[in-house]
Design a protein around this ligand. Structure first.
Ligand SMILES: O=c1ccn([C@@H]2O[C@H](COP(=O)(O)OP(=O)(O)O[C@H]3O[C@H](CO)[C@H](O)[C@H](O)[C@H]3O)[C@@H](O)[C@H]2O)c(=O)[nH]1
Length: 352
């Protein structure tokens, strides 16, 4: 007979997201976990979660609604909280980002403190809390939190962290590096300076870290960690884009000067990223695995068609570049946001 007493009751929010879905796939391998997922009801979430119906309790709802969160927070041992609005939507609709990210986290803390006071809360924060680190890309957990100007998403993560640290629960916070997964191409691609050194982590390894954290509560609780893929996952953004463009059949990522911002984004290399991996041993993939994963998702025919239309596609992409538009229109305020001050001669060369 199944021993119900020993089954850990896990709550996972945001289970259909890039990180959430990988986490769910790791979690279900533990037969001793009783899993509840709480996610927004969308076509995507319903489709992705459907195959798990017989194994997992699926509750659709709104994390920013306290009543709904109170119900799912009953009698839980662990809560992995990943539900969030991420960029670019977080920047387009900062009010919604605040409501889902900050209020949602506040609701979950309130509900767990009330209905599962011994619950261990594991939260996904982000490297964006450190802000622009292009001049000083080696990042440590003790570094000052200073999201880039206008980074609403980073601001919400700072607020969430402070709510969690003040809570009565047992908790851990992982600040996620560049998690490259199913994210769609958006105008955000032009916000990151090309010479940004970045450390990626695959969604699979990230999901493994969240899952392994459950059995390592004592070593992790009341602490914040940087989460990244390690030295085999470090690349400059420019090289990363070149490789991605080649995989998609887009040729080189050859955009004109000023297409990409020079400052006020985030990312960097995690100086103390080993700390979490030493405890959890979650890293199994590197950059090659990531590009292989991308390759397998692209149909050869799609790649051929993309190659034929690559100039048109790149022209359209360039039209999405806010830094480039600011430069072309001479929008001084925005130029000051995206670019470093230019010496006169350099400016003349570009304008020629
Ligand atoms: O109101 C909402 C909005 C979103 N979601 C859910 O939140 C998840 C977000 O998934 P995304 O794919 O958009 O986000 P990622 O998996 O890439 O984001 C993860 O990594 C980020 C850092 O890279 C953040 O830390 C974030 O909290 C964490 O979920 C989805 O299941 C979505 O349905 C809700 O439950 N309610």
């Amino acid at each position: 007979m199944e021993n119900k007493i020993s089954r850990k009751k896990i709550l996972l929010t945001g289970a259909s997201g890039t990180v959430g879905f990988e986490t769910l796939q790791h979690l279900v391998q533990h037969t001793d976990y009783e899993i509840t997922v709480f996610d927004l009801k969308t076509q995507n979430s319903v489709q992705k979660l459907a195959p798990f119906r017989s194994r997992v309790e699926i509750i659709y709802g709104d994390i920013s609604n306290r009543e709904e969160v109170l119900k799912v927070a009953e009698n839980k041992d662990v809560a992995i909280h990943l539900a969030a609005i991420i960029p670019p939507l977080a920047d387009i609709d900062p009010e919604m980002a605040y409501s889902v990210n900050v209020r949602g986290t506040e609701n979950l803390i309130y509900a767990l403190e009330k209905n599962s006071p011994d619950c261990y809360l594991i939260f996904s924060s982000s490297i964006s809390v450190y802000g622009d680190r292009i001049k000083n890309p080696q990042i440590s957990i003790t570094d000052i939190l200073q999201p880039s100007p206008g980074d609403q998403y980073g601001e919400t993560k700072v607020l969430c962290e402070s709510l969690i640290a003040k809570s009565k629960l047992s908790w851990s916070i992982f600040r996620l590096a560049a998690i490259m997964g199913n994210h769609k191409i958006s105008k955000l691609m032009f916000h990151m300076p090309l010479d940004t050194p970045m450390e990626i982590c695959t969604p699979k390894d990230t999901g493994r870290a969240f899952t392994k954290a459950i059995e390592n509560q004592k070593k992790l609780e009341k602490q914040i960690f940087n989460l990244g893929g390690g030295k085999d996952c470090v690349i400059t953004y420019g090289s990363f884009l070149d490789k991605m463009f080649a995989e998609f059949g887009l040729g080189k990522a050859d955009f004109p000067q000023k297409a990409f911002a020079e400052k006020n984004f985030h990312c960097g290399i995690l100086k103390d990223g080993e700390d979490l991996n030493n405890i959890l041993g979650f890293r199994q993939q590197n950059l090659n695995d990531y590009f292989e994963m991308v390759r397998q998702k692209i149909h050869p025919l799609q790649k051929k068609i993309t190659f034929i239309f690559k100039s048109i596609i790149k022209k359209w992409l360039l039209s999405q570049s806010e830094p480039y538009q600011a430069f072309k229109k001479g929008n001084v305020k925005k130029m000051n946001h995206f670019f470093n001050p230019l010496e006169k001669e350099k400016l003349e060369t570009i304008l020629l």
